[in-house]
Design a protein around this ligand. Sequence first.
Ligand code: FES
Length: 157
Amino acid sequence: MIAAAWTPICRVEDIPVLGSRRVERERGLDVAIFRNDQDAVFALLDRCPHKGGPLSQGIVFGTHVACPLHNWTIGLCDGQASAPDEGCTPKFSVKVEEGQVYLDAHELATQAIDLERPVAGPQKRGPHAPPLRGSLPPGGADPAWGGPAPDRRASKA
Ligand code: FES
């Protein structure tokens, strides 16, 4: 295990009570640092385990944050979604000393750098999914999919 090299980030009072600040990284998504009403500080990847919502814009209560997109509740101590939801967002080590907030430089440089924020838009469709409304399946319309019947007159000639 590598000994932590603590990087100074900000003062506790620089983080809004029941709010957060984002820490940019050279690679990977930002890290969100949160402050609760007891002045405890936590750090999570700024990405909800549900659909990638920005947790830094969520509402902090106790030791949890409510995601601003669909209101999942994520534990600030462990990044774990509260049941019945499932999933986990990476957490980062935090040290607070005399009001100064530090994050582990090694974790900032290496942890969860491969995770991306999902792109908004339709989900990938399987090969047997019916066509989107107003589009035709490969090879033309198919009555089984509710589209117009193929023109059979052409085959009678
Ligand atoms: S993206 Fe966070 S609850 Fe859906």
